[in-house]
Ligand binder design. Structure first.
Ligand SMILES: Cc1ncc(COP(=O)(O)O)c(C=O)c1O
Length: 390
């Protein structure tokens, strides 16, 4: 494999898709392979003890396919260092263990992926970490939640599942004033729509399972940062704890990323039409989408995002049974957890992805339905929603 093309090298490509397609890998000088090979090797021959070829010794520590993916994602986020993980939650776990020690405190949003909340609330609290919940929409509330022992402020924007918007630049300033780091979970926006490091975040986290992979065929996660110190801590745990993606996972994720820009534009086009259709529908109480002018986060979203994304949430008139019935009646929209793939998905967060938030400050409304709008033909998407709501 050719020399690693680092994120810094690929700065010469300003275009997003050029980076998505080329950053991290040059055609193999020996074979000319234009795609990164799936390096199915758990170990690497050494030229004398410690004589590593291209830096590889053992595939938990580093694998050429994974290294290409890591450089690619770092380039997309305009960051210096990228690290790949076996899942978004593995990336979250690595970040929390790298940034926090017993006695430390973190601020989390009142609306976030249920698994993130579960890991913090059920696992990290057992190890002496405390947390406070603050609305990501309210910078003053985030400031008020910060304590002397706060080391990390966690932001998801747009949030999963209520599509609230946090002002990354303003929250970064508040976190930094207090000597804390800001992490932004950029899964919903993807780096095509939003690049948090350029807005002041210290770390960007991805569930690459979603828009980056884009085809619902691989689970993965990533961390990107400009801080050498943080990256060293991530690398230590990535190797030390070993929650790494295999080479086939790395290849699939890179293959998905190449079309991220065209997919995201189509996700956004279709989501806008879905929002227009549902906004006037008599079975829908409220549509939550940052692209709506009356959405409370619209101005901030317009400032920090290129477009408003492919996720749409709705409150269904009636109650929980009406919401569940809506989810059960669609045909183009598959009833399933996850999001960000080419196919449309529908789910009931209260009973599915966010069941772990029941009874907490992060509990979601019972009549909430979340749509991951896919890239199918819009007439089929709208027809499906019309039938399911009839
Ligand atoms: C916003 C967000 N962050 C993190 C995760 C966790 O990622 P994974 O399922 O890849 O572990 C998810 C999963 O749904 C998510 O939606």
């Amino acid at each position: 494999m050719s020399e690693r093309r680092s994120a810094a090298d690929s700065v010469r490509w300003q275009g997003f898709s050029t980076r998505a397609i080329h950053a991290g890998y040059d055609p193999d000088p020996q074979t000319g392979a234009v795609n990164v090979p799936i390096y199915a090797s758990s170990t690497f021959a050494q030229d004398g003890v410690g004589g590593l070829r291209d830096g590889f010794e053992y595939a938990r520590t580093g694998n050429p396919t994974r290294r290409a993916l890591e450089a690619n994602i770092a380039a997309l986020e305009h960051g210096t260092y990228g690290r790949g993980f076996a899942s978004g939650m593995a990336a979250t776990d690595c970040l929390l263990r790298s940034a926090l020690r017993p006695g430390d405190h973190l601020v989390i949003p009142n609306d976030a992926y249920g698994g993130t909340f579960r890991l913090i609330d059920k696992v990290f609290t057992q190890w002496g970490i405390t947390y406070s919940v603050a609305p990501v929409t309210d910078v003053d509330a985030v400031r008020a939640a910060i304590r002397p022992e706060t080391k990390l402020v966690w932001v998801e924007t747009p949030t999963n599942p209520l599509l609230n918007v946090g002002d990354i630049e303003a929250i970064a300033a508040v976190a930094h004033e207090a000597g804390a780091k800001l992490v932004v979970d950029n899964t919903f926006a993807s780096p095509y729509l939003q690049q948090p490091l350029s807005l002041g975040a210290d770390v960007v986290l991805h569930s690459t399972t979603k828009y980056l992979g884009g085809h619902s065929d691989v689970v993965g996660g990533a961390l990107v940062t400009d801080s050498e110190e943080l990256d060293e801590a991530f690398a230590f745990l990535q190797n030390g704890a070993g929650a790494v993606p295999g080479p086939f996972d790395g290849y699939l994720t890179m293959r998905g990323i190449k079309t991220l820009a065209v997919r995201m534009d189509r996700h956004c086009d279709n989501a806008e039409k879905v929002v227009e259709f549902l906004s006037g529908h008599d079975k829908i109480e409220k549509v939550l989408y940052p692209g709506l002018e009356d959405h409370p986060g619209h101005a901030v979203a317009a400032k920090q995002m290129k477009r408003f994304g492919g996720m749409v949430s709705v409150l269904v008139k009636g109650g929980i049974e009406d919401a569940k019935a809506f989810c059960a009646r669609t045909e183009v929209f598959t009833l399933a957890e996850s999001l960000g793939g080419i196919e449309s998905l529908i789910e009931h967060p209260g009973a599915m992805t966010h069941a772990s938030t029941a009874g907490s400050l992060l509990e979601v409304p019972a009549n909430l339905v979340r749509l991951s709008v896919g890239i199918e033909d819009i007439d089929d998407i709208l027809g499906d929603l019309e039938n399911a709501l009839r």
